[in-house]
Every structure is written in structure tokens, then in C-alpha cells.
Write a protein that binds this ligand. Structure first.
Ligand code: FPP
Length: 227
């Protein structure tokens, strides 16, 4: 049985959760943050070592300005205060994504959170913010070009990712029923398992992570080889 070491989550359905309740989309995102905290606790309880969550994609800038601003405010004002308290749980926060384009204040709060949690070792929480799989690969190749590399290999490309020390994702799950990757972890998902769940993100909690782990253990991974 393969261990679930690295779980990736596409946190979808905040808007639908809010709409069902006649609330503004922002209320869905705030509730989504609460779920994230429960899920982090669940992941620690289940012995998961790495958790990568898709918070904002390189395509999410197309959303209405008010929604983008709200999400940026969450990253600026909430992560340092709330996710950092996860420090007491041993959570190490890492960033994944393009810095360019993010507001200074958000970067400052995020960097501070990363620095202050760097010694924690129970769970690595990778926040994918202004992240896109295409951008990740293009940035890595550009870094190699700047170094004068004439021919790339998959290993060289991966070595230029934001956090090359983090192992590839084992299981990518998505909430809210849609079945696509939406530019999430394109390179590292080559052999990850995929799971799609109807439950909207704000309805996820610790129990869902138990279910996810059980589902993963039913999979047979072969990585292109034979069983
Ligand atoms: C997708 O739901 C969700 C997002 C684009 C944002 C996810 C962000 C959070 C859960 C907040 C995380 C916050 C911090 C501080 C880490 P959607 O809006 O696409 O929902 P819909 O498909 O129902 O419209």
C-alpha cells in the first residue's frame, strides 16, 4: 500500500456555497478558509506530511475586481494571523507561485508567515497563490536559459521550481464536482492519483480527509510499470 505523503487540493465551490445561502461570494471564501483550517488539522491527524492547496490561480485575475481584492485581503490579513497560529500545530508554510503581480502587502504578510514557521516540521503547507502549472514550467525554463543551459531535462526543469525539495503530489483531490486540473501542478501530477468529490469546499472538514486517505489506499499505483 502506498503512503499518502503529499496531498494536493483544488478548493472549489466557495461561490456556489455562498449563492445557495444568498450570501456574497466573499462569504464563501471566508467559510472556505475555515474549512482549510479543519482540513489542515485532519491532514496532521492522518499523518500527511505535505499539503498543497490552490488558493489563487494565474487565471483568477479575470474575476471581478472586488472578488480579487477580497481574496488578496484574505492572504494579507488572515494568513499571518490564522495560519500562523497553526505554528502551534507544527505547520510550516511555503509559497508556490509567481510573486510578480501580487500586492506588496500580501507578499510581506506571506513572507513573514513563511519565515516564522520555517522551523516547524509536522506538516508542510504549500499555498499555491498566483500559481499556474504553465507559468511554473516557463519560469523554470527561463531560469535555466539565464544560466546558459542549452538543453533541458525533466530533472533540470524540476530543480528550478519554487520548492524542489517537496516531493511530487501523490493524490490531487477537487471539491465541488468539477473534473479538471485547472492548471494545478501540471508537471508533478504526471503520475498522481486524482479524486473528485461533489461536496463544496466550505463543507469539507477533518472527516473528509479520512475519506480521502481511505480512497487513496484503494488505488494501485504502477508509475508506468507493472503491478
Ligand atoms: C474556488 O471556488 C475557490 C477559490 C478561487 C479561492 C480559494 C480560496 C480559499 C479557500 C481561501 C484560502 C484563504 C487563505 C487565507 C489561504 P469558486 O469561487 O470558484 O467557487 P464556485 O466554483 O462555486 O464559483
Amino acid at each position: 500500500m502506498d503512503e499518502l505523503v503529499h496531498l494536493g487540493i483544488i478548493m472549489d465551490g466557495n461561490g456556489r456555497w455562498a449563492k445557495k445561502r444568498n450570501l456574497p461570494r466573499a462569504a464563501g471564501h471566508l467559510e472556505g478558509l475555515k474549512s482549510l483550517k479543519k482540513v489542515i488539522k485532519g491532514a496532521i491527524d492522518e499523518g500527511i506530511k505535505y499539503l498543497t492547496v490552490y488558493c489563487f490561480s494565474t487565471e483568477n485575475w479575470k474575476r471581478p475586481e472586488a472578488e480579487v481584492n477580497y481574496l488578496m485581503a484574505l492572504f494579507t490579513n488572515k494568513i499571518y494571523g490564522e495560519i500562523r497560529t497553526m505554528g502551534s500545530l507544527g505547520v510550516q508554510v511555503r509559497l508556490l507561485g509567481k510573486r510578480e503581480g501580487l500586492p506588496e502587502a500580501a507578499l510581506k504578510a506571506l513572507d513573514r508567515t513563511v519565515n516564522e514557521t520555517s522551523q516547524n516540521d509536522k506538516l508542510v503547507l504549500q499555498l499555491a497563490i498566483n500559481y499556474g502549472g504553465h507559468d511554473e514550467i516557463a519560469r523554470a525554463v527561463n531560469a535555466l536559459i539565464r544560466e546558459g543551459v542549452k538543453e533541458v531535462t525533466p530533472e533540470l526543469i524540476r530543480s528550478k521550481f519554487d520548492n524542489p525539495d517537496i516531493p511530487p503530489v501523490d493524490f490531487i483531490v477537487r471539491s465541488a464536482g468539477e473534473e479538471r486540473l485547472s492548471n494545478f501542478l501540471l508537471f508533478d501530477s504526471a503520475y498522481s492519483e486524482l479524486g473528485f468529490y461533489d461536496k463544496l469546499w466550505p463543507d469539507w472538514d477533518e472527516e473528509m480527509i479520512k475519506t480521502v486517505k481511505e480512497d487513496f489506499h484503494k488505488r494501485q499505483r504502477r508509475f508506468g510499470g507493472l503491478a
